[in-house]
Design a protein around this ligand. Structure first.
Ligand code: SAH
Ligand code: SF4
Ligand code: F3S
Length: 450
C-alpha cells in the first residue's frame, strides 16, 4: 500500500440513494489521496452515511458513534464525519451533542466534502454544513470515468429529493425538493458505463422516478417514459430497470414504453403502503386502492408476466383490524414477488406524528408477523410457478453458495443459481428446475452450434 495514501471507510445506512451517495463520496475523496478501506478501525477518515426513515435507523447511528469514540480519540489526526439524512435533520445539534465528531454534512453538501475534509485536516476545525443547494447549483456528480467498476449492473441517479410529503415520511425534509438530472447527462453516463465498464443492466434511481419532469420539468426535457426509451436505445445495454415508482404518476406513456421496448424489464418496485382507502387518504398518497389496482393491471396488460414488489406499512395511526385486512387482501390480489414491510414509526416533524389513535407497538408487531407470513406463501408460490419455464438470465458471476455454479437474474429480477458455462454479462437461456424459498435453481440450455 502507498504510504502517503490515507484511508477512508464509509458506513452506509438506508436506501439505494444513500449507497449511491456513498460511492460518490469515495470518488470525490480520491483526488485528495484517500483510498477506500473495508477495515474501519485502521481508517484515517470514517464517514457514517445515515438514514432517519424509521426510529431504529436513528438509534443505530448513536450506538455506532459511541463505538467509534475510542478510535477517534486514539489519534488526533483522525476524522469522524456524519453525512446523510440524520445529519441533514440534526445539523449543528449533532455536532454539539457528540464532542468527538468533526464533521456533519447534509444531503446537498456532497460536492463540498473534499474541501471540508481538507479544512479539517489543516486547521482541526469542527464543521456543520446543511444548507440546501439551489436548483442551478446542485451537482449530480457524474460517475468518474476512471473509477474501477465490478460486475455487470449499475445504478444511475436521475433525480434527487421528494415532493410528495406522505404524512408519515421524513424523506422530503431530509433530502429536500425534487430536482431532475438533465436527460443528456443521464444518457451519457449510461453510455459510458456500457462502453467503458461493460455494464449490461442499469437501474434508474430516485425516490419517485415516475415523477421525473412530470410537473416542474424544464421545457424540452423528457418525462420519465421518454427517458427510459432513450436509455434503452443505447447499444450494448441489455436491460433497464427503475426504482422507485410512484403509483399516482403512472400514465399511458409509461404503459406504451413497456409495450414497445423490451429492454425495459418486467419488474417494478411500486409501493402501495396500504390497501385501505381510509389509511391511504390519511397517508396523503394521492391514490385509492382501486386506482392502484387498475394501474397495476394496465401495466400487466402492457407487459404480461410483469412482476411487482412493494413497501407496506402496518400500524399507521388509526389503522383498524379491518384496514389491515384490506392490505392483506390487496397483497393476495396483486401477488407481489416480495415486499418490504415496516411497522409504522413516528418521525419528528411529520404530520402523522400528531395523528390520534396510535396503534400499540405490540399490535404493530403482530400485524407485521401476519403480513410477512402471507407474503412468504405468495413468494414461494410464484417461485414454484417458474419451475418448468426456460428463462433468459443475465449472468452476474459465480453462485455464492456453490462456486461451481453460476448466478444470474431473470427479467423479473428473480435470482437463479444454475449449472452452466457462460461469462459475466452474458444473456443465457436457463431451464428452471427447482424453486427454493427466495431463489431458483436451473441448468443452462447449451445450444451446440454444430
Ligand atoms: N419513495 C419511496 C419510499 C422511500 S422510504 C416511495 O414512496 O415508495 C422507503 C419505505 O420506508 C417507504 O416506502 C415506507 O414503506 C417506509 N417508511 C417511510 N416512512 C416510514 C415510517 N415513518 N414508518 C414506517 N415505515 C416508513
Ligand atoms: Fe416518503 Fe412519500 Fe416521498 Fe416516498 S413518496 S419518499 S414515502 S414522502
Ligand atoms: Fe433513509 Fe434518507 Fe433513504 S431517510 S430511506 S437514507 S432517503
Amino acid at each position: 500500500m502507498d504510504s502517503d495514501k490515507r484511508r477512508v471507510h464509509v458506513v452506509t445506512y438506508g436506501c439505494q440513494m444513500n449507497s449511491h451517495d456513498s460511492d460518490r463520496m469515495l470518488e470525490l475523496l480520491e483526488p485528495l489521496g484517500f483510498e477506500g478501506t473495508t477495515d474501519k478501525l485502521s481508517a484515517d477518515l470514517v464517514i457514517l452515511n445515515t438514514c432517519s426513515v424509521r426510529e431504529k435507523a436513528d438509534q443505530k447511528l448513536f450506538s455506532e458513534l459511541g463505538r467509534l469514540r475510542e478510535w477517534r480519540e486514539e489519534d488526533p489526526s483522525r476524522i469522524l464525519a456524519v453525512g446523510g439524512c440524520v445529519a441533514q435533520g440534526m445539523g449543528n445539534d449533532l455536532l454539539q451533542r457528540c464532542r468527538h465528531l468533526d464533521l456533519v454534512f447534509g444531503t446537498d453538501q456532497l460536492a463540498e466534502l473534499p474541501d471540508m475534509v481538507s479544512r479539517i485536516s489543516a486547521h482541526r476545525v469542527r464543521v456543520a454544513a446543511t444548507e440546501w443547494r439551489k436548483a442551478d447549483e446542485f451537482d449530480f456528480l457524474p460517475i468518474r470515468p476512471q473509477r474501477r467498476m465490478e460486475g455487470t449492473h449499475a445504478f444511475v441517479k436521475i433525480m434527487k429529493g421528494c415532493n410528495k410529503f406522505c404524512t408519515y415520511c421524513i424523506v422530503p425534509y431530509v433530502k429536500g425538493r425534487e430536482l431532475y438530472r438533465p436527460a443528456k447527462e443521464i444518457v451519457d453516463e449510461v453510455r459510458l458505463l456500457v462502453e467503458r465498464h461493460g455494464i449490461r443492466e442499469v437501474t434508474l434511481l430516485g425516490q419517485t422516478v415516475t415523477s421525473y419532469n412530470l410537473k416542474n420539468g424544464k421545457s424540452g426535457e423528457p418525462r420519465f417514459a421518454e427517458l427510459l426509451l432513450r436509455v434503452a436505445e443505447i447499444e450494448g445495454l441489455h436491460r433497464v430497470r427503475f426504482m422507485t415508482g410512484y403509483p399516482k404518476d403512472v400514465h399511458d406513456d409509461l404503459l406504451e414504453a413497456f409495450r414497445i421496448q423490451h429492454k425495459i424489464q418486467p419488474y417494478i418496485h411500486m409501493p402501495v403502503q396500504s390497501g385501505s382507502d381510509r389509511i391511504l387518504r390519511m397517508m396523503n398518497r394521492g391514490y385509492r386502492r382501486a386506482t392502484y389496482l387498475e394501474k397495476m393491471a394496465a401495466l400487466r396488460a402492457a407487459r404480461p408476466g410483469l412482476s411487482l414488489t412493494s413497501d407496506l406499512i402496518v400500524g399507521f395511526p388509526g389503522e383498524t383490524e379491518d384496514d389491515f385486512l384490506q392490505t392483506i387482501s390487496l397483497m393476495e390480489e396483486v401477488r407481489y414477488d416480495s415486499v418490504f414491510s415496516f411497522a409504522y414509526s413516528e418521525r419528528p416533524g411529520t404530520r402523522a406524528e400528531s395523528f390520534a389513535d396510535s396503534v400499540p407497538q405490540a399490535e404493530r408487531r403482530k400485524r407485521l408477523v401476519h403480513l410477512n407470513a402471507v407474503q412468504d406463501r405468495i413468494t414461494r408460490a410464484l417461485l414454484r410457478e417458474c419451475v418448468g419455464l426456460t428463462q433468459e438470465v443475465l449472468v452476474l458471476g459465480p453462485s455464492a453458495r456453490d462456486p461451481q455454479m453460476l448466478r444470474g437474474r431473470t427479467p423479473e429480477h428473480r435470482m437463479v443459481n444454475f449449472v452452466g458455462e457462460a461469462q459475466v454479462g452474458d444473456l443465457v437461456q436457463v431451464d428452471i428446475l427447482e424453486a427454493g424459498h427466495h431463489t431458483l435453481r436451473g441448468a443452462q440450455v447449451v445450444i451446440n452450434a454444430a
